[in-house]
Design a protein around this ligand. Structure first.
Ligand SMILES: [Zn+2]
Length: 101
C-alpha cells in the first residue's frame, strides 16, 4: 500500500497532498508499506447510504498500519474487535476492503 510521508516532520497519510498539512513546509514522498495492521476502532453501520444498502449491516474500521504511523479507514468483510490483526483483501471503487487475519 502506498503512503505519503513528510520529508521534514513525522506526518504521514494515505492521501497525496503537494505540501505537508502539518508543518506546511515539507514535501510528501510516496513510500510503499505493508497494508497489514491492527484495528484501532470500528463502527457497525446498520443504516447505510443507498449504494451500500444491499451489504448492510457492515463494519467500518480505523486500522493502524504496522509499518507506518498511519491510520486507514476500511470496510471489513466481517465483525472485528479492537486489537484484531487485519490485512488488505482488495480495493473496491477506491475503498479499502480489509479482512481479519
Ligand atoms: Zn511535515
Amino acid at each position: 500500500m502506498k503512503i505519503f510521508k513528510c520529508n521534514s516532520c513525522d506526518y504521514a497519510s494515505v492521501s497525496s497532498k503537494y505540501t505537508c498539512p502539518k508543518c506546511r513546509s515539507g514535501k510528501l514522498e510516496a513510500q510503499e508499506v505493508s497494508p497489514e495492521g491492527t484495528v484501532f476502532s470500528f463502527t457497525d453501520i446498520h443504516i447505510a447510504p443507498a449504494e451500500f444498502a444491499d451489504i448492510a449491516p457492515y463494519t467500518i474500521a480505523l486500522i493502524q498500519l504496522d509499518e507506518a504511523d498511519v491510520k486507514v479507514t476500511a470496510r471489513m468483510d466481517g465483525p472485528v474487535q479492537i486489537g484484531d490483526k487485519v490485512a488488505l483483501d482488495k480495493m473496491e471503487d477506491g475503498a479499502y476492503l480489509y479482512t481479519k487475519l
